[in-house]
Every structure is written in C-alpha cells, then in structure tokens.
Write a protein that binds this ligand. Sequence first.
Ligand code: G4P
Length: 279
Amino acid sequence: MNYQWYPGHMTKAKRMMQENIKLIDLIIELVDARIPYSSRNPDIDELGKNKARIVLLNKSDLADPEANREWAAYFADRGVYVLEINAKSGAGVKSVQGLVREACREKLERDQRRGIVNRPVRAMVAGIPNVGKSTFINSFAGKACTKTGNKPGVTKGKQWIRLQKDLELLDTPGILWPRFEDQTVGRNLAFIGSMNDEIIILDELACDLLCFLRGNYPEALEKRYGITPEGSEAEILSAIAVNRRCYQKKEILDLEKAAGILIEDFRGGRLGRITLERP
Ligand code: G4P
C-alpha cells in the first residue's frame, strides 16, 4: 500500500468523506494508540460536527498501558467517548456497542420525541490508512451480520451492515488523510510503518527512534539487544548490529540491516509496549 498522499488522493478522500458523512449519525474514529495525536485527522472535528463521535484507541496491545490510560482520560475530559481496543484479537471490541448507545442517546431521544421510531443509528468507521479499520469492521460486525442495500430492484446505494435492529454500519470505512504540516507527525507515522518505506532513509529513521527510546524506554533496548544505550545513536545502532551479527563483510558492520531489524522489532511490539507521544 502506498501511504504517500498527493493532492489528488486527498481531494478524492475528502469528497468521499463529505458524501458519506451526510448519511450517518455517528463516526467511529480509529486512531493508533501508539500515536493518538499523529494518527488523527486534522479536519475530523470540522467534518464530524453535529455527529455523535467515538474515538477508539486501536492497537492498544502495542502501546504503553499507562499512556493508554492517559489518552483515554484526555479524550474523556474533552467529552469524547473513548475505548482502548485490540481489533486484531477482539479485546475491548464487545464494549463498543454499549458505547455507541451512550454516544447516540441524545439522537435516539430526539427521534423519539419527534415520533420517529425504529430508525436505526447509522455509523461509519473512519481513520487514516493502516490504523486497523478493516480489521475492526470484521471483528465488530462478526459473522452474524447481514448486508442490506443494493438489493435487486432497489436503487444502487451504499452497503450497510446491520449489527442489531437499531444499528447499521457502513461496510466501507472512511479513509482520512493524516496531518502533513508537522515533521514530528511524519516521523511518528514512519516509525509505525504508515509511510511508504521506499521514501524513508532507514538508518536515519532508526537513529531518530533510538533517540526517543534512549530517553523514554532505555530498558527496552537493554532487554532486547543486551546493550547499554549509551553514546551517540550511531554508536547504539552499531552495538545492535554487533548483537544481531549484522556484517557486510568480515568486521564491517551492516548498519542498514541493523536499522531494519530495530524498526521491525518496534513495529512488531518486540521491544515491548511503547507509546511515542503523550497527551
Ligand atoms: P486499515 O483498514 O485501517 O488500513 O487497516 P487494517 O485493518 O488493514 O490493519 C492494518 C494492520 O494492522 C494489519 O496488519 C492488522 O492486522 C493490524 N492490526 C489491526 N488492528 C490491530 C490491533 O489492535 N493490534 C495489532 N497488533 N495489530 C492490529 P498487517 O500486518 O497489514 O496484516 P496481518 O499480517 O496482521 O494480517
């Protein structure tokens, strides 16, 4: 998948979102729990005004449990309904239905007052690429779901997944664009692998990651590579190369290989549960 965003991609994504948002009552916004700020779309508040909103801290299994709690509190303090989940294992996913009901209570009561009954809440899952939208839809909708819409003879429309009699989910997620303007955001997206690796200089990225880890999770490096994270980032990367026996030829270290190992270890959670930014 290509995570580079060009103006054309963004215009298309924006247009799709604007179309879909008209059809729904609730936005279920997925963010990556390791970077809840950097993986949020900058325009979601504007796009989603007048809609009920939920934020799901997905991939919480890869993020620091303490930071998960801090971020959950951060969103809750701002009146946003929030949950930590792991869409891959399904942990926390069952609780989403209860949260949907809470988030939509006002709308349901308003409907009732106006005499509108039995109109299901319509929801859409949205987020930037790779946050786990498809995984979540599969896990949330499960096998029991039935698709509605696009029946023969019915005007071609969107596909909805009926979850309960009072809740329908748009079957294709809304793809949001990330923030572009901020260097730190770009770097965080690159760390978690949501940026095209072809445009990334691997050993530079690894050195940036080492700089963060040395300051915030030094024990992760000690534990995984048996090294003391001291000296410059290049020295630490060399120590990792030695530990992982990354050599180009005899005695010449292959730092790029070591960089790749470090980054893949981080992305795969093998350095432990790490969060890159705090509220
Ligand atoms: P998207 O629709 O938002 O683009 O994301 P998608 O569901 O395709 O998920 C992107 C990757 O993130 C997938 O990994 C998926 O398995 C993984 N993922 C989703 N949710 C979670 C989670 O809560 N925890 C963890 N650890 N991983 C999660 P992949 O490597 O692309 O595919 P696969 O090899 O896992 O099948």
